[in-house]
Design a protein around this ligand. Sequence first.
Ligand SMILES: Nc1ncnc2c1ncn2[C@@H]1O[C@H](COP(=O)(O)OP(=O)(O)OP(=O)(O)O)[C@@H](O)[C@H]1O
Ligand SMILES: [Mg+2]
Length: 411
Amino acid sequence: MSEIIYVFHTLPKNETPVLAGVFQYDTPGGPGKFRYVRSYLDREDALPVSPVDLSTLNSEVVWSGDRNEGVFGVFRDALPDFWGRLVYASNNSLPSTSVSNVMLMRRPDPLRIGALDFSSENRLPESKTITNVHDMARLVSAAQMILDGDEGGLNLEERRLLLMGSSMGGARPKTTVLHDGKLFLAKFPAKGDRFDYARVERAISDLARSVGIETPNTQLISLPDGRGVFLSERFDREPVPGKAGSFFRKGFISALTLLGFDESENLFGSYPAIADAARRAGIDCGLELYRRMVFNIAVRNSDDHLRNHGFIREKSGWKISPAYDLMPTPAVPGISTFFDLSIGVGKMGRKATRENALSESARFGLSRSEAEEIFTVVSEGVSHWRTFYANNGVTGSDAEKFSGSFSSLLP
Ligand SMILES: Nc1ncnc2c1ncn2[C@@H]1O[C@H](COP(=O)(O)OP(=O)(O)OP(=O)(O)O)[C@@H](O)[C@H]1O
Ligand SMILES: [Mg+2]
């Protein structure tokens, strides 16, 4: 059996999504095929939806192949991961493992990441303006109920708010909220967290910015019980001047899509390969990517998988997105100082070492001395981690859990 999903694209400087093409999918397992529609191709401002998949604007049929359940990477990037699937499953009384990619494409969601939206109908409902969240604590406890599988007590408004933001990726509970007129990704605490994730993530984001890494605007909200909620301004949205609650959209793809991989192929990815693929796609990001790799080594962020690197379409074209999901792994002195990143670093594979990171610096367009200078700047900056923790209200006992996580990478 085959099913049709209509694919909508919001072009730069536009507020309204337009039908870009039709995706025909063989259920249950794919593959799928896509074709841009004539009305889209006839637009003067038409753009391909991604710099890698579906990157040619013509009316030919393009097959998806088998990866990502037969769904193009740029589509898969606009769908949720563990958390959003749990919310979807909860709302549809399904086991979360039965939620498929194409199932998630039947229902439009104006808040999904990037500039795409999907529907099983050939039009989108009029998009409602998003409103401020007044009671963050209630939303956090509603998310906890979903995590606990105990959602009987959720009221309709809580369900609506959680479902509305549930298309964003990642495993941790989260939603999208309007705050001070801007759109933010809000990452919630969860029962059983070993430390205050929100405060630590904010501290690391500030630390990254201090060494020259581009990061989104961020804020912390304190819940009545003292735990934090981490707000990260949506870098794929831009407020429409003079129209409160309306946003322009920017296209998004993950590094997984840039490399053309399936979700199960993360281990085949590497920073030098991302730099090479970006260059081929006309994106110049070698220096920034290298800085992020060195930073992840210095702060022991070993969750730097291919979905934790992204690219967005700005007016000037595609570029690396601001850095997100920077989270050090707790480690106390005595725990092995040897660890691997989630993707390859250099000639010695995923090993998180200076030597390994220097071994492929040329593929980032850097000379040896430019690469070494990055180590110097990052190591100096990271040595101040305790100040950043304290400034974000990380407690002394939480900070101690990271006393072996930060290292100087100087020879
Ligand atoms: N500021 C932002 N603006 C727009 N999109 C963002 C922003 N921050 C993160 N994202 C997107 O949301 C997704 C989920 O965010 P994030 O990676 O921080 O969540 P997570 O649950 O901690 O993820 P993981 O499962 O990797 O631990 C990211 O993969 C990225 O696509
Ligand atoms: Mg993530």
